[in-house]
Design a protein around this ligand. Sequence first.
Ligand code: HEC
Length: 392
Amino acid sequence: MVAEEDVTGSGEIRAPRPCLITAVVAFQFALAPPAAGAQFPQAANGEDLADAPGDAIYAASCANCHGLDGTGLAPSLLAFEEEVPDFTDCDFAAREPDADWIAVAHEGGPVRGFSEMMPAFRGALTEEQLTRVMGYIRTLCTDDNWPRGELNLPRPLLTEKAYPEDEWVVELGVDLESDGGTSAAYVYEQRFGPRSQVEIVIPYGWRRDGADLRHGLGDAVVGVKHALYHDLDVGTIFSIGGEAILSTGDESVGLGAPGSALEAFASLGQILPGDAFLQAQAGYKAPLYESGANEGFGRVVLGRSFTQGEWGRAWTPMLEMQVEHHFEPGSEPHFDLLPQMQIALNTRQHVLANIGVLVPVGGDDGHGHARPVRLLTYILLDWFDGGFFEGW
Ligand code: HEC
C-alpha cells in the first residue's frame, strides 16, 4: 500500500494522517484561502516544497483529504459531507484533462462548479508545482488502456469523434431556404470498457407539404465505436465504428429511406500545436434495399479552443468540410462547408452548445435542385460529469 511507502523522497516514512484535525485545518483553509505567498502546506509539514517532487507536494498538500493512496478519505474522517473523488479509478481519472484539474487545484472547486471544500492552492503552490503534483496523480491510475481526456476533442456538428463518450445530445437542423424543413435528433452515447461506446440516434422531422405541416420519426440508428489506438504523447486517437440505420422513418413524408442500411467508418482525432486540433472521419454506407445507391463520405474539421480569462469557459471555433458521393450513374459528389462555434454553457463545462451554418459549395441534391443552406445546432450533456442542472 502506498501509505507505507516513502512518498516524500526524504527518506522518512510518512503515514497518512486521516485525523479530523488536519481535515479541519484544511477545511478552514478552504473557507479562507491564504493570501499570495502564504505558507500553508509548508507550515503544515515544516518543509520547503519549492523543489519537491510531485509526490511529496501531494503528500503534504492533498493527502489530508485525497488520501496518500489517492482513493480519498472516508467521509467519517473528513469534516465535511462532500465525497472526495478516487484518483486510482481510471474510468473517472483518465477522462479528466490535466488543464481542468490544475484549474481546480489552483482556483478551488467552484472554478469548475465543484464544492468549495476543494480548496484553492493559488498563493500556496505555483502552477508549476501543481503540474508536478498532477504528474504524480497521473501515476495513480495504472491502466493506460483508458484514453486520456485531452484526446476528447470538441464535438463537431457532423464528424463522428474518435473518443468514446458518455453523453446525450439534442441536435436541430433548419433549412434556411426552400420549404424550411426542420429535423431534430436525440443522440444517446454510453461507454463500455476503456475504449468502446454504443450509440442510439432517434431523429424526428417536420416538412411543409403545401398547406400541411407533416412530421414524424426519421430513420433510427444503432452504432458501436472502438478506439483502436490512442497516445497522448503523439496527441492521436483513432477509432473504427459501425452503424445500422433502421428504416423507421416515413419516407412518404420525406423522412428516411425506403429500407435499412449499414455504415462503416473510421475516425481520427489529432491534437495540433497551440490548442488547435484536427478531426477526420471517412465512411461508407451500403443500403440493404434494391433502389438504394452505395454512398461514401469524408469529413475534416480544423479548430482551436480559446479560454475566456485564465481559467474560464472554452470557446471553440471550428471549420468543418464534408464531401458525399452516391455511387450511381449521373451522380456528382457534393461538398459542404460548415463554419461553427462550440461554447461551454456552464461552469463545469459539461453542458455545451454548438451552432453553425452548412453551406453547400458544389453538387445538387441528386434531383437537379440546389441543396439548401442549413442552420445546425446542438446542445450536449457529458452526463458522467454530473446532471444537466449541476455545475452552473
Ligand atoms: C480540504 C480537503 C481537500 C484538500 C486538502 C484537497 N482537496 Fe481536492 N477535493 C476535495 C473535495 C471535497 C473534492 C470533491 C469536490 C466535489 O466533488 O464537489 C476534491 C476534488 C478534487 C479534484 C477533482 C475534480 C473533478 O474533476 O472531479 C481534483 C483534481 C483535486 N481535488 C485536486 C487536489 C489537489 C491537487 C490537491 C492538493 C494540491 C487537493 N485536491 C487538496 C478536497 C480536498
